[in-house]
Design a protein around this ligand. Structure first.
Ligand SMILES: [Zn+2]
Length: 72
C-alpha cells in the first residue's frame, strides 16, 4: 500500500503531517513541521530587522489547523 504524501509549500512531498500556517488575511502556507520552524525563524529574523524583536505573531505548531489534502 502506498502511504499518501502531503505537499509542503517549501517544495517537497512528505509522509509527515502538514499544517496550514496563516500569513495574513486569508492567505496561508502549507508546511511540514520542519519548515514551520524555518518559516517562524525567518519571521523572527524579519521582525528583528524591522526593530520589532518582541513581535508576538507566532502561532504554535500545535495550534495550527491540520491540512487535509483533497482526496482524489
Ligand atoms: Zn517541508
Amino acid at each position: 500500500m502506498m502511504k499518501s504524501m502531503n505537499s509542503c509549500d517549501y517544495g517537497h512531498d512528505t509522509p509527515e503531517e502538514t499544517r496550514r500556517l496563516p500569513i495574513g488575511g486569508d492567505a496561508g502556507v502549507i508546511v511540514c513541521q520542519e519548515h514551520y520552524h524555518a518559516e517562524i525563524s525567518s519571521r523572527k529574523q524579519a521582525a528583528v530587522e524591522r526593530g520589532e524583536p518582541d513581535y508576538r505573531g507566532y502561532p504554535s505548531w500545535e495550534s495550527l489547523e491540520v491540512y487535509e489534502p483533497a482526496k482524489g
